[in-house]
Design a protein around this ligand. Structure first.
Ligand SMILES: [Zn+2]
Length: 97
């Protein structure tokens, strides 16, 4: 059975997580975005509501981390995070772990 995760992702019966727009596999249940493309930019590139320089609040480098389908470049996730931290916006679809 195919399960719709959100507007852009679905989990196939074989466990692969794929883009709902082009069918490209981007991960597996335990790591749904494992094979997606990641691009990091300045946080202010997120839009006009992000104006403050992160350096005013932290010594750590902060980035806008964008995740895309590698097949059709649909944006799958966006987060503003310290550059040296992994993504905390993860989805784990695995059962029984
Ligand atoms: Zn796609």
């Amino acid at each position: 059975m195919t399960v719709h995760i959100d507007d852009n992702l679905e989990q196939r019966p074989d466990g692969a997580v794929a883009c709902r727009h082009c069918g490209t596999a981007v991960g597996v249940a335990a790591e749904p975005l494992r094979d997606a493309l990641v691009r990091e930019r300045d946080p202010q590139d997120a839009g006009p509501s992000v104006r403050a320089e992160p350096a005013h609040f932290t010594d750590r480098r902060v980035v806008l981390r964008l995740t895309f389908c590698r097949g059709c470049l649909t944006q799958l996730q966006a987060e503003i995070v310290p550059a040296d931290e992994p993504s905390f916006r993860t989805r784990n679809l695995a059962v029984g772990r």
